[in-house]
Design a protein around this ligand. Structure first.
Ligand code: AMP
Ligand code: MG
Length: 484
């Protein structure tokens, strides 16, 4: 393919060359296009005639003019332990393009073969985990939560050794930035203040342009505050939809506040506050209810890395933004889920008691909130019948109805707004598992159908009602392996 379509700006290459290594993809054989995100392509400013051309790019068999692949160097804290050896071990940043609307996009090919940072890995990604990443990035986007995106994915004929032999795949992941907290840790702990400052200014120039004109000290301080706030808000968004990331290492934290790196994640079915989605996380470090704190800890790692170029007080002030931003955003999210527009002193205790109730009775999180989004339209049965003991539900409903008395919005107006924040459809683990099995048998249609449903998760979509069902028993406690 020739490239006359894209405006290319590979700005990452402007960083000192310790931040990357040029690496060519190692080709995969016999690629098939699994899924191509045409809507996203339009946003990036192009249209696809022949998906098969792009399968070759996905397989590393062909590059477009202007692509100059690099493996990015970063480090980071994994499960609380600093690892200096990290970097793109199986992904390559191919180039950055600028869309007609001015948005910049990094193109990152995940599963492209080994790099100097692969350590013991084979540089590959398997079909199972690539589908999971594709699905969840698009599901998150559908939910309105900041995330990296999936442009397309391919599968190939090469066998990949994991616990068993699996099918090779690769994902073209796109995002405004692939720079992680771990990039800053690398710069600070291995490269020195000059490199660190260069990285910081690079990120501000490309992703925080509204800060460029501020004097240096203020610019850095405001920037750090914004990173902290975006991180806090992102996690408040995860908590509100019952999303558990599973591997919140600081190398998986995006500097622009995107949900980044989908591995052993899960959306909660039955609500369990201490839910651990990653079965190798035995201590529950990244359990659902520890995510807000872990986000804070990751910001601390970033704060530490910034100390060589920022005033300690400024960094400390930035850190204070975390709790404030988290609490405010979490409260607003939960009030919207409950349909509360007015402010009452007891709102926070209603919110926390609701979580306790859902936890104690292991109530399906998504169906509960969708149920109460239709209380006056369809009656209380959809929410109430989730409880084995209906009297427990009645007690809560009574308290909730009493609180609703303080609202001024009409019932139908409130419930309409609630249905815009309480999804009907969520990417349950068992749904992902089903389409993975079909894809492994060569049928990608179920994957595409599920993606279509998750594109508009707040709409009723009556023809897809079955995707909103409670998980079957086999699908309730799937072990999601970290191996990907
Ligand atoms: P993750 O747990 O996916 O965030 O990955 C942690 C680090 O391991 C990153 O630096 C990855 O690039 C690297 N990595 C993960 N899987 C592989 C693999 N199969 N081959 C090489 N490197 C890998
Ligand atoms: Mg990672």
């Amino acid at each position: 393919m020739t490239n006359s379509t894209f405006k290319v700006e590979h700005r990452y290459l402007e960083l000192p060359n310790s931040f990357y290594t040029r690496v060519q993809p190692t080709p995969l054989s016999g690629p098939t296009m699994v899924c191509f995100n045409h809507k996203l392509a339009t946003q990036l400013g192009f249209h696809v005639q022949n998906e098969a051309d792009w399968a070759k790019v996905g397989a590393g068999l062909e590059l477009l003019d202007g692509m100059d692949p690099v493996a990015m160097k970063y480090t980071g804290h994994q499960f609380g332990v600093y690892n200096p050896e990290l970097g793109d071990g199986r992904g390559l940043l191919l180039w950055e393009t600028v869309a007609p609307d001015g948005t910049r996009w990094d193109w990152h090919l995940k599963g492209a073969g080994t790099t100097p940072y692969s350590r013991f890995g084979d540089g590959r990604a398997v079909l199972r985990s690539t589908i999971r990443e594709y699905l969840c990035s698009e599901a998150m986007h559908g939910l309105g939560i900041a995330t990296t995106r999936a442009l397309f994915m391919i599968s190939a004929k090469d066998p990949i050794r994991r616990e068993s032999i699996e099918t090779a795949a690769a994902l073209m992941r796109v995002a405004q930035s692939h720079i992680r907290f771990g990039h800053f840790e690398f710069a600070a702990h291995h490269e020195g203040p000059e490199a660190l400052k260069t990285l910081l200014e690079h990120v501000i120039t490309l992703h925080f342009p509204h800060l460029i004109s501020l004097p240096e000290e203020q610019r850095h301080q405001r920037w750090f505050e914004e990173v902290v706030e975006r991180t806090a808000r992102l996690i408040a968004d995860w908590q509100a939809v019952g999303f558990c990331h599973g591997v919140m290492n600081s190398d998986n934290m995006s500097i622009i506040g995107d949900t980044f790196d989908y591995g052993p994640y899960a959306f909660l079915d039955d609500f369990d506050a201490g839910y651990i989605s990653n079965h190798t996380d035995q201590g529950g470090r990244y359990a659902y209810n520890r995510q807000p704190h872990t986000g804070f800890v990751n910001c601390q790692y970033l704060a530490n890395a910034l100390l060589p170029v920022m005033d300690e007080d400024a960094v400390r002030r930035g850190m204070r933004r975390y709790e404030i931003a988290y609490n405010e955003h979490f409260k607003n999210n939960m009030k919207a889920k409950l349909g509360l527009e007015e402010t009452e002193d007891a709102d926070m205790s209603l919110i926390m008691d609701t979580f306790s109730l859902l936890h104690e009775h292991r109530i399906d999180y998504t169906r509960f909130f969708r149920g109460i989004s239709n209380l006056h339209r369809h009656g209380n049965a959809p929410a109430r019948d989730l409880f084995a003991d209906r009297s427990v539900a009645d007690e809560w409903l009574e308290r909730y109805e009493a609180r609703l008395q303080k609202e001024t919005r009409a019932h139908d107006e409130r419930e309409y707004a609630m249905r815009q924040v309480n999804p009907k459809y969520i990417l349950r683990n068992y749904l992902a598992q089903q389409v993975i099995l079909e894809a492994q048998n060569g049928d990608y249609a179920p994957l595409k159908e599920l993606l279509k449903v998750l594109e508009t998760p707040f709409d009723e979509q009556p023809e897809f009602e079955h995707y909103a069902a409670l998980p079957p028993d086999w699908g309730k406690h799937l072990n999601i392996s970290c191996s990907s």
